[in-house]
Design a protein around this ligand. Sequence first.
Ligand SMILES: Nc1ncnc2c1ncn2[C@@H]1O[C@H](COP(=O)(O)OP(=O)(O)OP(=O)(O)O)[C@@H](O)[C@H]1O
Ligand SMILES: [Mg+2]
Length: 508
Amino acid sequence: MTGDHYMTQLGSAMAGIMFVWAIFRQWFPQELGEQIEKYFHKLVSYVYPYLQITFHEYQGDGFERSKAYVTIERYLSANSSNRAKRLKANVIKDCQSVVLSMDDYEEVTDEFKGIKIWWTSSKTIPQQRSIFSYRDDDERRYYKLTCHRKNRDIITKVYLRHVFDEGEAIAVKTRQRKLYTNNKSESGGWRSKRTMWSHIIFEHPSTFDTLAMDPKKKKDILNDLRTFSRSKDYYKKVGKSWKRGYLLYGPPGTGKSSMIAAMANLLEYDIYDLELTSVKDNTDLRKLLIDTSSKSIIVIEDIDCSLDLTGQRKEKKEDDKGEEKDPIAKKAKKEKDNDNKGSEVTLSGLLNFIDGLWSACGSERLIVFTTNYIEKLDPALIRRGRMDKHIELSYCCFEAFKVLAKNYLDLESHELFATISRLLEETNMTPADVAENLMPKSDEENAESCLNNLIKSLEDAKEEARLKAVEEARIKAEEEAGEKSEENGEKVEESEGKIGDGEEKDDI
Ligand SMILES: Nc1ncnc2c1ncn2[C@@H]1O[C@H](COP(=O)(O)OP(=O)(O)OP(=O)(O)O)[C@@H](O)[C@H]1O
Ligand SMILES: [Mg+2]
């Protein structure tokens, strides 16, 4: 047994003795008891002159990991991983590097100004395991620092500051941005208490330079984002929580998702991709949102499809009238609703959250909603203040095309640009389709052939649109004609009674 190990074991032994003593103490006369205790403490500080401090991963009932714990974890993984014998590995950056941290029940030593400090990682497992507590999130991990008592001041005041500073510095240096996705809430609800988000490393190449859109609009968005990220004090001054809501709307393939990635890359934020259909109810939604970190973008894609957020308010009002009268029907209806809906997150739950709770977290977050159909959304959701900025992404214009040509073909100008410009004005094509055409498909293709491909596609699209318009006009004309003949038919029927057989013969 090593000396260090002996030392930590001894700590537990002492605690055990104190426990036993507490039981026997009642049989001793008070004075004698006090004497014995005094000497015992003296003895303890003689054989065990150590100070222990624990740092728990979760404090109280909080959902948030303790910042101290996380920082210590980082510090120790940087400073001690070559000393610990059992390590947990987190592989990052496409397996190019590995971050090691101490495994449970492992012990390492650190040295600070000639003082030796022991760190152990450990966890408590609840003693009474009920049938509900098979979940591993009941295990509470903690780090325990042990040092000599005589160094108490320097450890608590100087060393811990040093650990936290170093830990934070490592975090800044090694920060890898992440893309989080929420796990499906499990029925029973509790298991996912602390593993509500799973993440991968976020490495999307999209930037504002590669984004094809009207340059003026782009500049406006860039300014908006930069101003936001610098405005901590301003938001505080005006009493707003430091967050901003964006609504991106437009047809599929116009760059909504690409823009979110570009925003994250610009501001160096994490992305939380919130899939509302996997969120069980408002409580789960709240937990998820509390569990997001600052400097992040919370994204809800295709909000119109995710939830029936649109008609919910109206429906409720209608229901209310009926419900008041009949409580049984109310219950039955509620149960039916629960069955029908995979998710019980309501519009008002979401709105409350956007409005209220983030002010408690207080640090920088962007909320981005995307939709293909802005007209489908409830006005309450997209009013200014909730969705502060509405950004329309639309079909490819010539300016946007120039960005794509520069990116995909390295072309600033070309004689074919004029034709393309004209065609883009006449036809709707998404940047995604334009980009697809501009991408060389084989070694033989060069810039010019790619441009020709695009022109051909644009002409095809134009022709298709023309045919479609003709077809639609024809259908419309037919419908109108149908309606007219129906009307006429009715008129004829109506008049049949009045007019005699002779008319009928004429018709035939
Ligand atoms: N404005 C754009 N600038 C550059 N590339 C674009 C743009 N729009 C689309 N693309 C290209 O098309 C692909 C699809 O675009 P994206 O996923 O951003 O579309 P979207 O608007 O999110 O569509 P959806 O509504 O279907 O989610 C991207 O990978 C990108 O390469
Ligand atoms: Mg998208």
